[in-house]
Design a protein around this ligand. Structure first.
Ligand code: NDP
Length: 400
């Protein structure tokens, strides 16, 4: 029998809960907890109390509160789908209760937009000694993109040299400006300086200053901008033959214009300001006025295309492949009432959890996705709504 406790009840969690609920062979009992319990209750009502057995309010910034909840529910695995700020308190609670852990985004301190695995990798010995496992970054990017890399290295190359992860949202939600996942986390990420790995060191660029126009399958040509993304850090560590590793995301002109204005007037700042006698963080206020990403699903048209270009050597010859998935916003809405960005994150979280629970991916310690055999994960992507394709390319499409 397996029992999971899912923490968080936002866009991503809603997909994971619904996917897990359909798979009683992997998830016998599902429990759901979040800061706002009414969101858990609404999800429980949608999915059925026979599948979501219990709902709870929890402040996951408080490790002791999470520990008490874990002791009450006694799950085999905690799936953390709250925000990156909560990763460490939830990992502490898992350590205190000897419970396995999974998340989809690396830890970030709230007062500093800093993305690195060092904080979570520091738990390696503690998790190993306790005989429990943490699987980090089981979303799409990070997550599936790490697994694509491991799959390519295993089946297509003797050695991999160049990696470019590309993330295109070719969809249209009809809003003037909205983010597709938590606005605070999203805007912190894209306003950072760009960073990529080349010849054994990190190189920095001004935010969104390097552009390539790339042709995306079933979408067309889109302006793509170099930025830092957390999976680069673990992938270059685990594939030391890589000479260069970069991440690109598409943004339309209207989106960038809005972002520049918001940045220019200080609305994306995480420094608190005094407002009518209280301290407020401009970015947190901005989140409150922007559309809730979960609400974008209705009427969202078009597709995402996220994938990994890899160039390397096979049998002495250089070659490039592209492994990717197209995900259709409207189809996701039809299936689980979500847009494709929540779907492409929520499904891999379910798959990572299923592989941990059935013992396929199981080892004490703290692990990134590319450290396990990619094949069972790739099979489940095909079975559960995120089919992938491999293209053998005529050289690399990058001009830079
Ligand atoms: P949402 O903002 O929609 O949902 C976050 C949920 O976490 C909300 O239910 C929120 O509660 C809850 N929460 C926030 N703070 C706390 C707290 N202190 N204690 C308990 N619950 C809390 O975010 P998304 O669903 O869009 O994203 C979820 C996670 O997925 C994020 O970490 C995000 O970075 C990650 N992600 C990963 C991707 C990938 O490909 N790897 C892609 C997209 C997202 P409340 O409703 O009260 O605010």
């Amino acid at each position: 029998m397996s029992r999971v406790l899912i923490i968080g009840a936002g866009g991503v969690a809603s997909v994971t809960v619904k996917k897990c609920a359909r798979l009683p062979q992997h998830f016998d009992e599902i429990y759901l907890a979040s800061r706002t319990v009414s969101k858990c209750e609404a999800l429980q009502q949608e999915v059925g109390a026979d599948r979501v057995k219990g709902v709870f309010a929890v402040d996951a910034d408080n490790a002791k509160e999470v520990e008490a909840l874990i002791n009450e529910v006694k799950p085999d695995l905690v799936i953390n789908l709250a925000l990156p700020y909560q990763d460490l308190p939830i990992m502490d609670a898992c350590l205190a209760t000897n419970t396995d852990y999974l998340d989809t985004a690396n830890y970030e301190p709230k007062d500093e937009a800093k993305f690195e695995y060092s904080w979570q990798w520091a738990y390696q010995d503690k998790f190993k000694d306790a005989g429990i496992m943490a699987l980090l970054g089981s979303g799409f990017d990070p997550g599936v993109t790490n697994v694509y890399t491991a799959y390519a290295a295993k089946h297509y190359f003797d050695e991999i040299h160049y990696l470019d992860i590309v993330d295109c949202n070719g969809g249209d939600h009809g809003q003037a400006f909205a983010t597709n996942f938590n606005p605070e986390i999203n805007i912190r990420e894209i306003t950072q300086r760009g960073r990529y790995w080349e010849n054994g060191e990190w190189k920095e660029t001004d935010p969104l200053s390097v552009r390539e126009d790339l042709d995306y399958q079933n979408i067309g040509v889109r302006a793509s901008y170099l930025m830092f993304h957390e999976e680069l850090e673990s992938i270059v560590k685990h594939f030391p033959t890589l000479k260069r590793a970069r991440f690109w995301m598409t943004f339309g002109d209207a989106y960038l214009n809005h972002l520049r204005v918001l940045e220019g007037i200080g609305m994306t700042s995480i420094e608190p300001v005094e407002f009518q006698g209280q301290k407020i963080v401009p970015l947190e206020f901005l989140k409150a006025v922007l559309p809730n990403p979960g609400s974008l699903a209705e009427g969202y048209s078009g597709m995402t295309c996220i994938g990994t270009y890899i160039t390397g050597i096979k049998d002495g010859k250089e070659k490039t492949i592209f492994i990717y998935n197209n995900c259709d916003h409207a189809k996701c809405n039809e299936e689980v009432g979500a847009q494709a960005v929540s779907y492409t994150t929520g499904v891999p979280a379910m798959i990572g959890a299923a592989l941990m629970l059935n013992g396929t991916w199981k080892e004490a310690g703290v692990w990134n996705m590319e450290q396990f055999d990619p094949d069972p994960f790739m099979d489940m992507l095909n079975e559960h709504g995120l089919p992938w394709h491999v293209l053998e390319c005529e050289g690399s499409p990058f001009t830079k």
